[in-house]
Design a protein around this ligand. Structure first.
Ligand code: URA
Length: 237
């Protein structure tokens, strides 16, 4: 019983900050100003404990809903780094207006790579999707400077030396046209796709991730836009 109480209660100011997107001090002020109702009664103190699973909390008349985990699909634009904090603009900086606390990108895309990035605060999911043991497939649209030969395709599909003593795992190549291919890889080695193409004397001029495991980039999302994963996408994960 004691464990249950510890798991399902939370300080009111923390709850307000995480659900209404306020800072801790703004949340405290809102509570003291009588803008927060708990089960229809004005809250009195920021350090009251509430039960986030059963108490009805509202702020300025709007009912708040607590979600422990959130899951987004971002169409990453070029020019932002896949990190939570950096001197440069990060993918998390694109999430203005959301409660960004704890959000992180699942895996990394290079600064100039665009496309699908899953962003969440669920560490277990992040680990499952990036663990080398799970071999989650990642499909990229790759623009290259010269058409691939049969031998290039065969080397990419078999696995090849990509430098620094590393060998890429077998990949799947689908030819789109002379200057573009889809490449599906199951690892997450640093600059992997660019290094694979360099190893067959080619060069990547554009790289876009179009899927990760069962999640496919929504074609309606423009670069820089994001949306929540749908319940059916979440079920696939
Ligand atoms: N491989 C790369 O070379 N870059 C990326 O951003 C992702 C995969």
């Amino acid at each position: 019983m004691w464990v249950f109480l510890l798991l399902s209660t939370m300080r009111l100011d923390k709850y307000i900050c995480e659900t209404a997107g306020l800072s801790r001090s703004e949340a405290k002020k809102a509570i003291k100003a009588g803008l927060v109702l708990v089960n229809g009664m004005k809250a009195v103190s920021p350090d009251d404990n509430i039960d986030e699973t059963s108490d009805e909390i509202s702020y300025k008349g709007t009912s708040l809903k607590y979600e422990q985990f959130v899951y987004f699909m971002l169409n990453k634009p070029a020019g932002v780094v896949s990190a939570t904090i950096d001197r440069e603009k990060t993918v998390i900086d694109l999430f203005s207006g959301e409660n960004c606390k704890g959000l992180f990108p699942v895996g990394r895309l290079d600064k100039d790579t665009v496309g699908l990035l899953i962003v969440t605060n669920d560490g277990d999911l992040g680990h499952r999707l990036t663990s080398p043991k799970k071999k989650v497939s990642k499909k990229y649209l790759v623009k290259i400077i010269t058409p691939l030969s049969r031998s290039d395709i065969s080397r990419l599909e078999t696995g090849l030396n990509i430098g620094n003593g590393e060998v890429s795992a077998p990949a799947i190549v689908e030819i789109v046209d002379e200057s573009s291919i889809y490449l599906t890889v199951t690892e997450g080695k640093f600059h992997e796709v660019k290094r694979m193409l360099k190893a067959v004397d080619n060069e990547v001029t554009y790289l876009k991730r179009v899927s990760m495991g069962p999640i496919v980039l929504d074609p309606l999302l423009k670069e820089g836009e994001y949306r929540r994963l749908t319940p059916s996408e979440l079920e696939l994960l």
